[in-house]
Design a protein around this ligand. Structure first.
Ligand code: PBG
Length: 324
């Protein structure tokens, strides 16, 4: 055949494929989520996420050493408190699990980037991400509480605070509160585009944060929509966000692409608990090649435009990247 164009020439050998390949996942792109509990000597498995545990701070110190040795340089902490109340006061408790984890991590691993997820749902007795009155999640009243949590975590050493509540105006409120408290160097990673997703199921078991009534659809986004992606992102940037997050990741790569095409801004994706559990379950059954499926998914997120990748697979992926 007289074929001038033969695209297969670019795939003819592994050496040629290495030469022309476009997208790489680097170990330093990876951010590892960690659940922290109160108490001592706790390393408790999360049943719906095989390989993931809830750690007390002393056990976390041992685990973070292993994580650091894989080359991972960023972690995001989620607190699982013993006591909950109506306004989530555990979120700004100086001796809370996350605050203690932050102090330990900054002391033992000073160059580890420590991100604190900021939300009320793990800390409220009703499990909603805001203050509740007459069955409604109040927006403006919630902002001061979130900011208190952010200032508390910044004070404990967080390099980055990451509000995941989806209240309107929280980035601006938080930026002002951080600045007033003298934390103008603390970054804000905004969960700007966060959908009301069923993929968060295993997380809610891990963090004991399922809403006691109703759902999160009055604050998290409707997954049938994409126009509001622009509004949410634009507002967070105007209000002072430093990094934009899109969440979940795998079923939302079109959204990652939209945000990355539209905004010249650092973008992070969160490959959430349900994504981890699905791959893990299939892998444990021997139905998929775990390493291949994980690396393909993470690469797709970068290809779609994300620079940073939050994934429960981070330590394993770091080892796989180093193995080549
Ligand atoms: C807290 C929060 C959630 C997740 C991250 N921060 C749960 C939720 O919104 O219900 C989900 C993360 C995951 O599923 O891995 N608001």
């Amino acid at each position: 055949m007289e074929l001038i164009r033969r695209p297969r020439r670019l795939r003819r050998s592994s050496a040629v494929r290495e030469l022309v390949h476009e997208t790489d996942v680097r170990v330093t792109d990876l951010i590892y989520p960690v659940f922290v509990v109160e108490g001592e000597k706790v390393k408790e498995p999360v049943p719906s996420m095989p390989g993931i545990y809830r750690y007390s701070v002393d056990m976390l110190k041992i685990h973070l050493k292993e994580v650091w040795e894989t080359g991972i340089r960023s972690v995001i902490f989620f607190g699982v408190p013993d006591h909950k109340d109506a306004c989530g006061s555990g979120a700004w408790d100086e001796h809370g699990a996350v605050q203690s984890a932050l102090r330990m991590a900054k002391e033992c691993f000073p160059d580890l980037i420590c991100i604190a997820d900021i939300c009320l749902c793990e800390y409220t007795d009703h499990g909603h991400c805001g203050i509740v009155r007459d069955g409604k999640i109040l927006n403006d009243e919630t902002l001061a509480y979130l900011s208190k949590a952010a200032v508390s975590c910044a004070g404990a050493g967080a390099d980055i605070v990451a509000p995941s509540d989806m209240m309107d105006g929280r980035i601006g409120h938080m930026r002002r509160s951080l600045d007033e408290a003298g934390y103008e160097d603390t970054l804000i990673m905004a969960y700007s585009v966060k959908y009301a997703s069923a993929f968060y199921g295993p997380f809610r078991e891990a963090a004991d944060s399922a809403p006691a009534f109703g759902d999160r659809k009055t604050y998290q986004m409707d997954w049938r929509n994409k126009k509001e992606v622009i509004v949410e992102t634009q507002l967070d940037i105007e209000e002072g966000a430093d990094i934009i997050m899109v969440k979940p990741a795998m079923a939302y790569l079109d959204i990652v692409k939209t945000v990355s095409d539209r905004f010249e801004f650092p973008i992070c994706t969160y490959s959430v608990s349900g994504e981890y559990s699905m791959i893990k379950a299939a892998a444990l059954n021997g139905w998929v090649d775990e390493k291949a499926v994980v690396m393909e998914s993470l690469t797709a997120m970068k290809r779609a435009g994300a620079g940073m990748l939050i994934t429960y697979y981070a330590p394993q992926a770091a080892r796989w990247i180093r193995e080549g």
